[in-house]
Ligand binder design. Structure first.
Ligand code: S3P
Length: 435
């Protein structure tokens, strides 16, 4: 756990070298609990993420009647009742949009009332994207003008075919979690494929689910099914690995191997960008774990970085990595343009404005656009010598830290403890590889 509120990031004089293990995947950890809660049996979850976001989901499944026991610091057993129980308290999702959006789908078909709340950042985030399709299915949800708190009165729902106007795995998963407990075929379409962890986990737990592509886009169809309780092993989170991957690419003399990282193709947009930008990397020891691809990622210092365009279908495959990719772009020769990423404005902060403001202070040439940004990079050290706000956003905090490693003058990052949301061990791992 990182308890330091404000920290300094400064030029890394020596290379970063070593073999590290990063925290378990946050998306899969949330799903292991939520899907596990629907299994009506006992499962073991190995390599679970104990960041604050997943702990919020953990407390909620406990409040719904699941019995959780810790086997060790990364492994737990989840014993789910045959039917979930009405919670006796308000369900607090903290900072976690994934908890709120996925759980709203699950709770909409339960036989009881529940209320989901969130922290200051989450209470400002849009929930219309889940309230709308669930209401089309017949769900009864009261909200504060389409924001949290969400008061959900569980009901029997009707299946729908929903064409998702945005590519969002949270929205897709919400509808599928309502669909798994609804008679008939519930179908979700999206134009570009967002992360498919829910589809893979449903398949693994033997739900009646089909995925494919037709003239309307990528579809997922789900029918009412009983899930089979099975143990789930979770890979490392590529979104957390991304900070160390970029550090290794921009700090001279670095070579870092990150063990056991999830390399599901719907999450590896950053590797496609690495190809375009000339980052030196390799994937070693690939395998399949609980229906998810996993491998070790080796990244070394990359002296010939060049700018590129990042737009279209790749955006959902790297949406969470864009802040740190912006830091990589600042060190690359030429322009990097990010387009079609307007949903970055709806994350833990408005990541387009907050990132542009922060990077400008560091001395990076960045132009903010409605749906992205343009960075004019070069291979020189960044200027730094500034104070930066993290805007209640863990990924901004860690991206600014990475930028600080190649700044002439040190930078002060305020409220760095927001990193506990996803990556409490960040500084400890950094110290391990600083030579
Ligand atoms: C997530 C989906 C993405 C991502 C978020 C986690 C998930 O959000 O940004 O960090 O676990 O389904 P959207 O679905 O809103 O794009």
């Amino acid at each position: 756990m990182n308890n330091l509120k404000d920290i300094i990031s400064k030029k890394q004089l020596n290379g970063l070298r070593g073999v590290i293990t990063i925290p378990p995947d946050k998306s899969i950890s949330h799903r292991s609990l939520i899907f596990g809660a629907l299994c009506g049996g006992k499962i073991k979850i190995s390599n679970f993420s104990f960041g604050a976001d997943c702990r919020a989901t953990l407390e909620i499944v406990k409040a719904l009647g699941c019995d959780v026991e810790f086997v060790n610091e990364r492994t737990l057993t989840l014993n789910a009742p045959k039917c979930l129980c009405a919670p006796s308290k308000i369900l607090d999702c903290g900072n976690s949009g994934t908890s709120m959006r996925l759980l709203s789908g699950m709770l909409a078909t339960q036989n009881f009332k529940s209320t989901l709340i969130g922290d200051e950042s989450l209470s400002k985030r849009p929930m219309k994207r889940v309230i709308e399709p669930l209401s089309l299915m017949g769900a009864k949800i009261k909200s504060n003008d389409f924001k949290a708190p969400l008061e959900i009165t569980g009901a029997k729902l009707n299946p729908i075919e929903y064409i998702n106007p945005i590519s969002s795995a949270q929205v897709k998963s919400c509808i599928l979690l309502a669909g798994i407990n609804t008679q008939g075929i519930t179908t979700v379409y999206e134009k570009t494929l967002s992360r498919d962890h829910s589809e893979r986990m449903f398949e693994y737990l033997e739900a009646n689910i089909q995925t494919g592509q037709d003239e309307k886009g990528f579809y997922t169809k789900i029918q009412k099914s009983e899930l089979v309780p099975k143990n789930i092993e979770i890979a490392g989170d590529i979104s957390s690995a991304a900070f160390f991957m970029v550090m290794a690419a921009i700090v001279p003399n670095s070579e870092v191997i990150i063990k056991n990282v999830g390399i599901n193709p719907t999450r590896t947009g950053i590797l496609d960008v690495f190809d375009r930008m000339n980052v030196n990397y390799e994937i070693l020891d690939k395998k399949l774990v609980s229906n998810e691809e996993v491998g070790d990622i080796k990244v070394s210092y990359s002296p010939d970085l060049k700018g590129c365009e990042i737009s279209g279908e790749i955006i959902p495959r790297l949406i969470d990595e864009l802040p740190v990719i912006a830091v990589l772009a600042a060190r690359a020769e030429g322009e990097t343009t990010v387009k079609d990423a307007q949903d970055l404005r709806n994350k833990e902060s408005d990541r387009i404005t907050a990132l542009s403001d922060g990077l400008k202070r560091i001395g990076i040439q960045i132009q903010e656009n409605q749906d992205g940004f343009i960075i004019n990079g070069n291979k020189k050290d960044l200027t730094g010598g500034c104070e930066l706000e993290t805007h209640l956003d863990h990924r901004l905090a860690m991206s600014f830290f990475v930028a600080g490693l190649v700044c002439k003058n040190e930078i002060l990052i305020k409220d760095f403890n927001w990193i506990n949301t996803s990556f409490p061990e960040f500084l400890t791992i950094f110290k391990e590889i600083s030579t």
